[in-house]
Design a protein around this ligand. Sequence first.
Ligand code: ADP
Ligand code: MG
Length: 424
Amino acid sequence: MPLHYSYERCNGFARFILLFLYSRVTELLKVISDLEDSELDGKRVLIRVDYNVSVNSGSVGEDFRIRMTIPTIEYLTKRRSKIVLVSHLGRPTDRQPQYSLAPVAKRLSEMMGKSKVKFTSSNIGKNVRQEIDGMEKGDVLLLENLRFYKEEESNDPEFSKELASLADIYVNDAFSTSHRKHASTYGAPRLFDVRLAGFNLRKEVEYLSMIKDNPSKPFIVVLGGVKINDKIGALENLLPKADRVLLGGAAAYTFLKAKGVNTANSLIDSEHLVWVTKALSIFGDKIMLPTDHVISSSADNGYAAMVKGDIPDGMIGFDIGNETIQRYSSEVGGRGSGTVFWNGPMGLFEIGLFANGTINIAKSMALAYWRGSKTLVGGGDTLEAMKRAGVSEGEVSHVSTGGGASLKYLAGDEMPGLAVLTDE
Ligand code: ADP
Ligand code: MG
């Protein structure tokens, strides 16, 4: 992958233009509250949400993704719109019942209290049309899993047309699927005259564009986990702007190896060693790496030891050590100003012996928040780890549920689902 530190290389005027263009994205994004109430009254509004939650034996597990759509839905029900919700769930290969959104409709109904949520098992055709015709103002209807139709992912024009015919106004409140060019994120919205962002999507774009383009300083990035490949684009954009980049998790071992530290059997991404070496040569001053480690010869033998410096041969680094935790924690939680972005656990936190680093960083993130820093946490496993550490969503400025989409946005990749909202 080429290193294109464009922002860093730009002179003052070009930087000004870049910042202007970036800020235009949020400015151009029209949100539902930009419409007059009279423009929403009685209108059918199709909202693309992300209800890709875990469902076990017909009941919803973690429902954060459902809860977070309440502000957008209730803003519209109060203005007497008729709301048609669409989402995907999992990766069904067919109409497999375990991927039905019916349990989600039930959970959403419970959350909404008096306004009940109806559900239809079809997304296009006569039945769903009749159902929508019969809706009263303020009613909410959830359609079945979009991925029960292969036309969704292939962005089929006919399917898009059918979806678009169901409503007057399109709203995207699913930032996490906005990097995809699917019928519900791209094909259908193009056919609406009025395309808007929901409150979640808007907030996600605001926070991500802030850290990508104009983070308040000092800006600290904490990066861990395993998927260097998915994170390198974001890292490339964030490195020039960050004051400090703290590396942990398996990701750190590729950097340590590039510096000549013995990483023994730790997870290494050898494909990206060249990139990492170059990044270290340009940004070495701001990159912080673990100086001690929790090691074992395998993940599940119930044994762990702490070492400084090199990892002994035959061993694997599974977590950052105490000294590193102290250094990282004071960087993250010790200030109370600026911005902290965290993506990727510091170790194999699923196993108790290797969870300490991640738990401490989660707690430091909460401390940073309470001290006044803007904090942003993203990544499926990172959010899971935060929960295990007992840090709630309310102790973070913004919980980014965007996953891969957030990383792509930070890398400056194309986002068809956002572009379609701002295109004339
Ligand atoms: P996220 O989902 O937050 O973006 P990733 O998917 O990149 O994070 O990585 C999370 C996974 O990385 C976790 O399952 C964790 O156990 C694993 N991991 C972190 N550090 C290590 C390590 N040193 N060795 C092996 N696996 C690790
Ligand atoms: Mg993950």
